[in-house]
Design a protein around this ligand. Structure first.
Ligand code: ATP
Ligand code: MG
Length: 432
């Protein structure tokens, strides 16, 4: 009677679509490996405070989007809205800063994230991120490595028309000086600001720059720029990031109004955007990140610099679809074994098992189809070879192997089929 639907804002990833996921994930793993990033897996849920403490009490994520609840032991739990906080928690708890680890410690993760948002294209409640974190290096070269890796990943995946946008939030002192100037600028406009931004002005003024309210955005167009408040060290860090990006021929633009949604960032922040028709030509961010010196300390670890990024996999795939990126399909079936007559049941099963043991993908019928139906199925599955076993073949222990594409056939003794499948393939080729 009842029919169930998936929860609002979630998606089923069906067998036909998983090949694309494998392609994205495997490409990422390969590239991350080449940069010496290793995978880390952390829980899908954490103590609520891991996120509230790191993302900041005024971030949208914490104030509006958290999937949190009290468990049966009355612990305040939250499903992870992003990857960094949990990874930093794990880094501290497992003392990955210890002397037995080679610094910088470079890790990556991939998996689902949860945010209570209004679902729309490219915005879900359960979505997936692929992200990286590098701990322990203050050098601007580390920032550039992370950005270069992100660009290489997107390029390798075939995404074009990328726009890399960077900015700096400076160090704590620069940020404080800027914050003061910003508050002085915004205070006279207090009554015009949206309610959210009025709260932000009190608690975290930089956040006002990130407001999605149009009138707020108008007001901040004339706001002072962070770039005028950088102290010497912060300026130097940002200058070096820029010159290294140029050395690597990575194009970028600077957006001094970009602040990013999370509280923990400082120095370099960046977004990789696209105006793909996937989002109606509107500039959309698919990958974002930044430096978060101080976050490790905030979660109870030693003073450790860090930088990372997170990429939205669904958004990436919308772009890949819109740009018609060809993904290698991995649903090829090498052999379909047709059995004629019920007496072949055990033999065909033994045959597919023997082939699979040799690493050959093989399948057979399980629905009592007649021979004709089995050949039809082999065609629908795009089988490269069909092996036919009937009464005669059972008696002679010799099977008929046919290349579907050309119709060429050879007779091969049962014993040789699985173990010498490569030779059988060769024999068939020579028969052409
Ligand atoms: P936005 O401004 O679009 O809400 P954000 O600043 O909240 O983005 P981040 O926290 O930086 O996003 O997450 C990094 C990436 O993860 C985003 O650029 C996007 O590709 C993806 N992402 C974030 N939220 C969602 C979501 N609800 N559904 C799908 N992808 C998402
Ligand atoms: Mg968001």
């Amino acid at each position: 009677m009842s029919s169930y639907q998936k929860p609002k804002g979630t998606a089923d990833i069906l067998p036909g679509e998983t090949a694309k996921w494998h392609f994205v994930e495997e490409t990422a793993r390969q590239i991350f490996h080449d940069y010496r990033f290793q995978e880390i897996r952390t829980p899908l849920f954490e103590d609520y405070h891991v996120f509230s403490r790191s993302s900041g009490d005024t971030s949208d994520i914490v104030t509006k989007e958290m999937y949190d609840f009290h468990d049966k032991g009355d612990r305040h739990i939250a499903l992870r809205p992003e990857g960094t906080a949990g990874v930093v928690r794990a880094y501290v708890e497992n003392k990955l800063y210890g002397p037995e680890y080679v610094k910088p410690e470079k890790v990556y993760y991939m998996g689902p994230m949860y945010r209570y948002e209004r679902p729309q294209s490219g915005r879900q409640r359960e979505f997936h991120q692929i992200g990286v974190e590098a701990f322990g290096a203050e050098s601007p070269a580390q920032d550039v490595e992370v950005i270069a890796m992100a660009m290489q990943l997107l390029n390798t995946l075939g995404v074009k028309n990328l726009k890399l946008v960077i900015n700096t939030l400076g160090d704590k002192e620069s940020r404080q000086a800027y914050q003061q100037a910003l508050v002085e600028f915004l205070r006279p406009h207090f009554d015009e600001l949206s309610a959210d931004s009025q709260t932000r002005l009190e608690k975290n003024p930089l956040r006002v720059l990130d407001s999605k309210d149009e009138h707020d955005q108008e007001i901040v167009t004339d706001a002072p720029s962070i770039l005028d408040y950088l102290d010497e060290k912060s300026q130097q860090h940002f200058d070096t990031v820029q010159s290294l990006l140029k050395d690597l021929n990575i194009d970028f633009v600077i957006d001094p109004d970009m602040v990013r949604g999370l509280d923990y960032y400082n120095h370099t922040i960046f977004e990789i955007m696209t105006d793909s028709k996937a989002f109606g030509g509107k500039m959309t961010t698919i990958l974002a990140g930044g430096r978060y010196n101080g976050l490790v300390e905030q979660l109870g670890g030693p003073d450790t610099p860090g930088i990372g990024f997170g990429m939205g996999v669904e958004r990436l795939m919308l772009v890949m679809d819109a740009e018609d990126v060809k993904v290698p399909v991995d649903d090829d079936l090498e052999v379909y074994v047709v059995g004629i007559g019920a007496e072949t049941n055990a033999t065909t099963l033994e045959m597919v098992q023997a082939l699979r043991k040799e690493g050959v993908s093989a399948d057979r019928d399980y629905l009592d189809r007649k021979a004709k139906g089995q050949f039809k199925t082999a065609n629908r599955l795009n089988a490269e070879y069909v092996i036919t076993i009937g009464q005669d073949e059972m008696t002679n222990r010799v099977a008929n192997v046919k290349i579907m594409a050309t119709g060429k056939q050879v007779q091969v003794p049962f014993e040789q089929i699985a173990q010498h499948f490569e030779q059988v393939q060769q024999q068939l080729k020579e028969a052409e």
